[in-house]
Each structure stands twice: as structure tokens, then as C-alpha cells.
Design a binder for this molecule. Structure first.
Ligand SMILES: Nc1nc2c(ncn2[C@@H]2O[C@H](COP(=O)(O)OP(=O)(O)OP(=O)(O)O)[C@@H](O)[C@H]2O)c(=O)[nH]1
Ligand SMILES: [Mg+2]
Length: 187
């Protein structure tokens, strides 16, 4: 019988079959997780803030170096009332996008807490991308690149993107990179 831990793990259907991967997006409420994903999948942006309830799962098929990847992207609620569900949501993740808002210092400080959860659930060694979102709000920016560099060193994260879900800055690049990292990690 399949054990609980293997339930979501990557599987390949045949020699040339598609690879199914689970990506989770985490970070404080309001940093733009749902917006980033909406921009990537639908090329749309909503100005209203509708906090995610629990989790939204989106599916995207991508092609990378001759292989098909079926990305199951779990967009997690950042609001504290949903934290009890994390254990279930994190289960079997193949990669993580950990996000903060470049204009909200608290969301940047909290990255350490989100990272602690990854350690707690034994996920710190899977591909991780740090994302600072809302580059379009230039005047409100509080976090500059050297601050992100220093955090990455502390947390041993090697990939960082600055994005805007509003104008699309680096949005596709995040998902292309994470697919590449998943592909490398499977070798
Ligand atoms: N200017 C600007 N606003 C953004 C950007 N990304 C998201 N927003 C706005 O920020 C607010 C929150 O965005 P969401 O995507 O709902 O945030 P979230 O991280 O999914 O929040 P939770 O679901 O509560 O965890 C919304 O009003 C969005 O329109 C961005 O890149 N630039
Ligand atoms: Mg959301």
C-alpha cells in the first residue's frame, strides 16, 4: 500500500511521460501570491484584495528540455487563521516560492518564520525561490537588493527574483526557473 508520504511525490508516466510536480507558494497575507499566479496563468491582474481561503490549486503544463511538466501550483493563504492547515498543504512539495512584498518590511522579516516552517516540515532541501513582489510601487519600496542578498545568505537560498504581478515584471521567469530547478533536482 502507498504510504501517506509518497502520495504526492513526483511520478513519471513511462519513458517520455509528463512529470507531475507540486509547487507551493508561501508568504504573508497580501504580498501578492494569488496575483503572481493569476498573472502567470491568465495574464490578468485584479486590484481588489480577496484573501485566499485555505488554498487554491492551479494546474499548468510546461515544456522544458524535451519533457512535459505538469505543475500543480498550491497558492496558500497567508492569513494566520489558516496556519493549522500547513502541515497538510506542505506535504510532498517538490519546490517552494517564498514571497514578500518589497513595500512591507514586516513581510520581509517574516520570511525567516516561513523558512522555519520549511525546516520543520523537512522541505529546506527542495528547490526554493525567494520573490520580492510589487516592483511597480517604486516610491513605496522599503526592501533593497542587498537586504535580500543578506537574508539569502542566512537562509542558504540561492535564487531571488523581484517581480510585479501588476506589470508582469519577471513573473514568467520565476516559473521558468522553478521548472528548471525541479528538472535539475530530479537528475
Ligand atoms: N501594485 C501592485 N499591487 C499588487 C501586486 N501584487 C499584488 N498586488 C495587490 O496586493 C493585494 C494582495 O494581493 P493577493 O495576490 O491577493 O495577495 P496574497 O499574497 O495572495 O494574499 P493572501 O491570499 O491573503 O495570502 C491585492 O490588492 C493586489 O491587487 C503588484 O505586483 N503590484
Ligand atoms: Mg492569496
Amino acid at each position: 500500500m502507498q504510504n501517506e508520504k509518497d502520495e504526492y511525490k513526483v511520478h513519471v508516466k513511462g519513458e517520455t511521460g509528463e512529470v507531475v510536480c507540486k509547487i507551493i507558494i508561501i508568504g504573508d497575507g497580501g504580498v501578492g501570491k494569488t496575483s503572481l499566479l493569476r498573472k502567470y496563468i491568465k495574464n490578468q491582474f485584479e486590484t481588489d484584495y480577496l484573501p485566499t481561503v485555505g488554498v487554491n490549486i492551479s494546474k499548468q503544463n510546461v515544456h522544458h528540455k524535451g519533457k512535459d511538466y505538469n505543475l500543480l501550483i498550491w497558492d496558500l493563504a497567508g492569513q494566520p487563521q489558516f496556519f493549522l492547515l500547513h502541515k497538510v498543504y506542505y506535504n510532498g512539495a517538490n519546490a517552494v516560492i517564498i514571497m514578500f512584498d518589497l513595500t512591507q518590511s514586516a513581510s520581509f522579516t517574516n520570511i525567516k518564520n516561513w523558512h522555519k516552517e520549511l525546516v520543520k516540515y523537512n522541505l529546506k532541501d527542495i528547490p526554493i525561490i525567494l520573490v520580492g513582489n510589487k516592483t511597480d510601487l517604486k516610491k513605496e519600496r522599503k526592501i533593497i537588493k542587498p537586504m535580500a542578498d543578506s537574508l539569502m545568505e542566512q537562509l542558504d537560498i540561492s535564487v531571488y527574483f523581484e517581480t510585479s504581478a501588476l506589470d508582469g515584471n519577471h513573473v514568467n521567469a520565476v516559473f521558468e526557473k522553478i521548472t528548471e530547478m525541479i528538472a535539475e533536482n530530479r537528475k
